[in-house]
Design a protein around this ligand. Structure first.
Ligand code: FAD
Length: 406
C-alpha cells in the first residue's frame, strides 16, 4: 500500500510525483505505467524523434536516478484494470492489488482507430507511444508513398517529417480545412499552403472508404469516390479516446473523460484525475467543460493536485498553451480560440513570421503565433488579463503586444 498511487507514467503522472516531492511530501509514492519506459516526452514522437534528430535518452522527463533518489517506485509495464474506491485499491492486469490513500489518475488516452476495413493491416500506424514511433521508423526505409489520415497537429507534423525524408505524402482531411478543431481558417490556409509547397498532396473534404492490403500489409487507401491512393505506410491521426474505463466502471462521473473539479478531484473519494483524460470546467473556455490535450495542462493540473494533497490552497486556472513544429515553422498558441467572433492579422504571412489574434466581444481570447516568439510572450499577457485593446494597435507590428496589456 502507498500513500499516493499515480496511474499513468506520462507527462501528468511524472509531474505529479515531481511536484509532491518538491512540496516536501514524504509519504510513499508509486507510479504505475502501462508502457515499459520511464516517463518521457511525447511531443517529439511526431517531431525530432521521428525525424531522427533526437535519441530516446534525450526524451526522458527525468533520468532513472532521479526517481530512485526521490523514492518514487516506478511500476512499469503494468496496466491498471480496475479501481475499488471503497477498499482504496487498484488491480493490475498481472493480478496484483495495490492500496492507496490518494489515487491520481493520469492515463492520457489511446489513439482513435479507423472503423473501416484494413485498419489492422501492418503498415497502418498511430502515433502515441515510443513503441508506435519505433515500429513506424523501422518501416520507413522501405516506404516511398505514405498517406496521412487526419489534418490535426500530429498528422501535419508527421507529414512534414515524411516529406523531409523525400517520401511522397498524401494528407487526407475529412473536413474542409486542416486544424479545424483548434484554429481559425486563416491559420488552416497558411499551413495547407506550406505543406503543398513542400510537396505534400493535401486533400480536403475527403472520406476514407478502406485501407487496401496485400499479404497482410497496407498497399493503399481507397476513398469514398472509389479512387485509390497507393501507400506502403498509413498514419492515422484522428484524435484520442481518454483512457478512463476503469474509473467510470468504478462509478466516477464522466464519459468523454472523467469529470473533475477545480482541484482535479473526481466524484470518487480521494481520487484525482489530470491531463488529457480530465474533463474540467476551463476559465478560458468561459467555464465550458473540456479536455485539453497539452503538456501544459497535464503539468499544471499535476501541480494543483500535489498542492491539494499537501494541504495547500490551489485551483486550476492556468492559461492554456501549446506548440507545434512543422518544417521551419514554430507555432505557439496561447488561449483557446473556440467561440471567437473576430480575428486580427498581425504581420505578413508571406514573411513566415506573423500572428493571428482571436477576439470575442472585443476581448483577446487567443493567439496563434508563427515564428513570432515576442507576440506569444506579449500575447499571453493579453489573454491572461482579458485585455480589450484597439484592433488597429493589435495589427501594428511596431507596437509590442506587451504594451497593450493595459
Ligand atoms: P500521457 O502522457 O499520454 O501519459 C499517460 C500514460 O498512462 C501512458 O504512458 C499510458 O500508457 C498510461 N496508461 C494508460 N492507461 C493506463 C492504465 N490503465 N494503467 C497504467 N497505465 C496506463 N502537447 C503539447 O503541448 N505540444 C505538442 O507539441 C504535442 N505534441 C504531441 C505529439 C504527439 C505525437 C502526441 C501523441 C502528443 C502530443 N502532445 C503535445 C500532447 C501531449 O503529449 C499530451 O497532452 C500529454 O502527454 C498528456 O499527458 P498525460 O499525462 O495526460 O498522458
Amino acid at each position: 500500500s502507498y500513500d499516493v498511487v499515480i496511474v499513468g507514467a506520462g507527462h501528468g503522472g511524472a509531474q505529479a510525483a515531481i511536484a509532491l516531492r518538491q512540496a516536501k511530501f514524504d509519504g510513499t509514492i508509486a507510479v504505475i505505467g502501462a508502457e515499459p519506459e520511464l516517463p518521457y516526452e511525447r511531443p517529439p514522437l511526431s517531431k525530432e524523434y521521428l525525424a531522427g534528430d533526437k535519441t530516446f535518452d534525450r526524451l526522458l522527463i527525468r533520468p532513472a536516478a532521479f526517481w530512485q533518489e526521490r523514492n518514487v517506485d516506478m511500476l512499469l509495464g503494468r496496466e491498471v484494470t480496475a479501481v475499488d474506491p471503497a477498499a482504496h485499491t487498484v488491480s493490475t492486469a498481472d493480478g496484483a492489488t495495490i492500496g492507496y490513500r490518494h489515487l491520481i489518475w493520469a492515463t492520457g488516452g489511446s489513439p482513435r482507430r479507423l472503423g473501416c476495413a484494413g485498419n489492422d493491416l501492418s503498415g497502418v500506424h498511430t502515433v502515441r507511444t515510443r513503441a508506435d514511433a519505433d515500429r513506424m521508423m523501422a518501416e520507413l526505409p522501405g516506404v516511398t508513398q505514405a498517406v496521412v489520415i487526419g489534418g490535426g497537429y500530429i498528422g501535419l507534423e508527421a507529414a512534414a517529417v515524411l516529406a523531409k525524408f523525400g517520401k511522397h505524402v498524401v494528407l487526407l482531411e475529412a473536413l474542409d480545412r486542416v486544424l479545424a478543431r483548434v484554429a481559425g481558417p486563416d491559420l488552416s490556409r497558411f499551413y495547407e499552403a506550406e505543406h503543398r509547397a513542400h510537396g505534400v498532396d493535401v486533400r480536403l473534404g475527403v472520406a476514407v472508404d478502406c485501407i487496401l492490403g496485400e499479404g497482410g500489409t497496407a498497399s493503399g487507401v481507397r476513398l469514398a469516390d472509389g479512387s485509390v491512393i497507393p501507400a506502403q505506410l498509413v498514419i492515422v491521426g484522428i484524435g484520442i479516446i481518454p483512457a478512463v474505463e476503469p474509473l467510470i466502471a468504478a462509478g466516477a462521473a464522466g464519459g468523454n473523460g472523467v469529470q473533475v473539479d477545480a482541484q482535479c478531484r473526481t466524484s470518487l473519494l480521494d481520487i484525482f484525475a489530470i491531463g488529457d483524460c480530465a474533463l474540467h470546467a476551463n476559465a478560458f473556455a468561459d467555464g465550458a467543460e473540456i479536455r485539453l490535450e497539452s503538456v501544459q495542462n497535464a503539468n499544471d493540473q499535476a501541480n494543483v493536485v500535489a498542492k491539494t494533497i499537501t494541504g495547500q490552497d490551489a485551483a486550476y486556472h492556468a492559461v492554456p498553451w501549446f506548440w507545434s513544429n512543422q518544417y521551419d515553422l514554430k507555432l505557439q498558441t496561447v488561449g483557446l480560440s473556440i467561440g471567437h467572433d473576430a480575428t486580427v492579422l498581425r504581420g505578413d504571412p508571406a514573411t513566415r513570421s506573423f500572428s493571428i489574434i482571436y477576439l470575442k466581444a472585443g476581448r483577446v481570447i487567443a493567439l496563434d503565433c508563427v515564428n513570432a516568439v515576442k507576440d506569444y510572450v506579449g500575447g499571453r499577457k493579453l489573454v491572461e488579463t482579458r485585455a480589450t485593446p484597439d484592433a488597429s494597435r493589435l495589427a501594428d507590428t511596431a507596437t509590442p503586444l506587451k504594451e497593450l496589456a493595459g
